[in-house]
Design a protein around this ligand. Structure first.
Ligand SMILES: CC(C)(COP(=O)(O)OP(=O)(O)OC[C@H]1O[C@@H](n2cnc3c(N)ncnc32)[C@H](O)[C@@H]1OP(=O)(O)O)[C@@H](O)C(=O)NCCC(=O)NCCS
Length: 234
């Protein structure tokens, strides 16, 4: 029922446009989660291509970044999932990365910054008091991870090569350095969004973002019910 293409309206996506889709997670058993996330992604993308959700086929780049097969002029996309919610970014004419985090996370800020951040960033974080440092860390982390997801490298070995001004304000990330093979720095744009209270996310894009729109889906519950049924009948 839920994956019925008849209920899907095709959305137009012009060059430079980015759409973000937020799905607040319903209560869902861990064994159903992968099926649920896969369905969320398929339902989202089927809005942009004239294909039913189940018919979509995905390829993976060498480090796992997924892309759509069999679709002429397929939109670029990226997904991030955390406790309580999922965001899918869909874009045309841009390569995008998205990272979503809960703002109540309590990471080991100084130790992680020393290990994974640039020197200037670690120094800036060390000068902040506890709560400000925690917020600044989460803001910088989402900026870095979204960038690594836009390029497709994954985070390991790359986080310290993307550097940002570190502060606890939470405005759009200010990029200060990119890895050599992601130059020029001026080609990159980053936007911070709060898809729901208590969450922060960054959209990283290589190319110029013409417009960025946020949609909050009311289908999550129905998708979860479909996924539960699907897993039970396997
Ligand atoms: C990819 C990565 C950034 C995801 O981080 P995360 O915080 O666990 O998860 P998120 O919810 O933000 O993102 C997960 C989604 O990102 C996408 N993704 C997976 N690999 C990706 C990559 N290399 N680049 C961009 N996006 C990627 C997928 O849609 C994935 O969802 P899926 O697991 O359902 O397929 C992280 O796991 C990583 O760096 N992995 C290493 C990749 C790597 O080096 N692989 C080598 C294999 S040979």
């Amino acid at each position: 029922m839920m994956l019925d293409p008849a209920s899907t309206t095709i959305s137009l996506l012009h060059p430079g446009e980015v759409h973000l889709w937020w799905y607040a997670s319903p209560a869902i058993a861990p064994r159903v989660r992968r099926t649920y996330i896969d369905a969320v992604l398929r339902i989202t993308l089927s809005r942009y291509v004239a294909m039913p959700p189940q018919a979509l086929r995905f390829g993976r780049e060498s480090r796992g970044r997924p892309f759509l097969l069999d679709v002429d002029g397929a939109p670029d996309f990226n997904l991030s999932d955390t406790e309580g919610g999922t965001v899918v970014a869909v874009a045309r004419g841009l390569r995008v990365g998205i990272d979503l985090e809960r703002m109540d996370r309590q990471p080991r800020v100084q130790a992680l910054a020393k290990r994974y951040f640039g020197k200037d960033e670690a120094t800036a974080l060390a000068s902040l008091d506890g709560e400000a440092a925690r917020r600044a860390f989460l803001f910088a982390w989402t900026a870095k991870e979204s960038s690594c997801k836009a390029t497709g490298t994954g985070i390991y070995g790359w986080l310290d090569q993307w550097t940002f001004a570190c502060d606890a304000i939470g405005s759009d990330p200010q990029l200060t350095q990119v890895p050599n093979d992601a130059t020029p720095l001026a080609a990159w744009q980053h936007r911070r969004v709060a898809p729901a209270e208590g969450y922060t996310a960054v959209l990283a894009a290589k190319g110029s973002i013409g417009s960025l729109s946020m949609y909050r889906s009311n289908e999550a519950q129905a998708i979860a019910a479909w996924a539960e049924h699907r897993v039970q009948s396997e």
